[in-house]
Design a protein around this ligand. Structure first.
Ligand SMILES: *Cc1c(COP(=O)(O)O)cnc(C)c1O
Length: 390
């Protein structure tokens, strides 16, 4: 860093400002993963922070598929998909993903963030308008910014606010973007109403189902399938590093829309494809998601235990969520951090989420449930939370 005190590049001052606001983030080094049990600094922690909702990240069938695929395909994709990075494994995965969610065609990406950051600008540009839920994930927000379209942020899950904005909008084309399950709240978007608005106002609806795919809907087919949505105006995007337990993302929709996105999405075209071994591992994951429905049943049982729990500390508020993301809203950054530390000392890892990830004044513990948890694991956490309150 420049020594000159007049320099505009004072990283030290920036970091001190983060410290002062209790916003400095740190990483823990995990030495071993075993479902929800993580080894950190030689200590076994029971984690409620991962997004491995179905507990598949170390599933033997997936590990075996990865081994075999590495033997067959090697470990690197060698190029972008439109050059020579698109293997038979990727092709089959896309076919299976489309069938899994009940849509005509799917396009597989190496990760969800670049997928959305590329999809939104492929769909909307100057002279168009993007309508974005106020709590959308950062990658949808960045995609909207990159698009150069006019961005209209509508109130969280507020269909009337969105309708007013669509009505008043004179842009050439309109794109509505929403998380299906909001990542820090666990709340669910009114997808059916949003699609109705898309139809009424000649708009497209891009749904990010990062937290619903594999978990919600028949057989884990996701949030759109849960509502029975099927429309050429629907583009369904989901990620594969969460419930699917591996890595990557996909967008699915009509044949023509997906073909168009393949032609126009810069983060697809100009990036090295995911390794074929990852694609093969995902194919194994889709089979497990379909076959082992007990994992979704376990999740429902755990969610029911949290919703039915009556002894939360008086100043805490359990957010309204029926999904494996259960927010415990404490308000101040300091209260959330202190609660996290108290649980940590008892071997329980529940992350504190602070602004700017969540709105100012709504710092929270984000409790994330997984089929890798036993009911007794959750009871242990609930008892520990009661002791914080008492
Ligand atoms: C995690 C997440 C993403 C990003 O997906 P990655 O595959 O992790 O890059 C996108 N959208 C939402 C809502 C997410 O929670």
């Amino acid at each position: 860093m420049p020594e000159d005190s007049r320099s505009a590049w004072d990283f030290g001052a920036e970091l001190r400002a983060l410290d002062a606001a209790q916003l400095r983030r740190t990483r823990r080094v995990v030495e071993a993963y075993d479902g929800a049990r993580l080894r950190i600094d030689g200590r076994d922690m029971l984690a409620f922070c991962g997004n491995d909702y179905l507990g598949l990240a170390q599933h033997p069938a997936l590990v075996q598929a990865a081994r075999e695929a590495a033997g067959r395909w090697g470990v690197g994709a060698t190029a972008s998909p439109l050059v020579c990075g698109h293997s038979r494994a990727h092709e089959e995965l896309e076919r299976e993903l489309a069938a899994f969610v009940g849509l005509p065609r799917a396009l597989y990406f190496y990760a969800g963030f670049p997928a959305n950051a590329g999809l939104v600008p492929a769909l909307a540009g100057r002279g168009d308008a993007v309508f974005s839920d106020a709590l959308n994930h950062a990658c949808l927000i960045d995609g909207a910014r990159l698009s150069r379209a006019e961005v209209q942020v509508y109130a969280h899950r507020d269909v009337e606010d969105l309708a007013r904005r669509l009505q008043a909008c004179t842009a050439r084309r309109r794109l509505i973007t929403t998380d299906a399950v909001f990542s820090m709240d666990g709340s669910v978007a009114p997808l059916r109403e949003l699609l109705e608005l898309a139809e009424r106002f000649d708009a497209l609806l891009l749904v990010d189902d990062a937290h619903g795919f594999g978990v919600l809907g028949p057989g884990g087919a996701g949030s759109a399938a849960a509502c029975g949505l099927r429309s050429p105006r629907l583009l369904y995007m989901a990620t594969l590093g969460k419930a699917a337990g591996v890595a990557g993302a996909f967008v699915a929709g009509s044949d023509e829309a997906v073909e168009f996105l393949m032609q126009r999405t810069r983060s697809y075209i100009f990036a090295t494809a995911a390794p074929a071994m990852i694609a093969e591992t995902l194919r194994a994951s889709l089979r497990v998601i379909a076959d082992e429905s007990w994992r979704r049943e376990r999740l429902r049982e755990l969610v029911g235990m949290v919703r039915g729990h009556a002894h939360w500390p008086a100043s805490w508020r359990l957010g309204d969520s029926g999904t494996p993301v259960q927010p415990l809203i404490l308000g101040s950054n300091q209260a959330a951090l202190e609660a996290m530390r108290e649980l940590w000392d008892q071997g329980l890892w529940v992350p504190a989420i602070r602004p700017p990830t969540v709105p100012e004044g709504s710092a929270r513990l984000r409790l994330s449930l997984s089929a890798a948890h036993e009911p007794e694991d959750l009871r242990r956490l609930l008892r520990a939370v009661e002791r914080i309150g008492g």
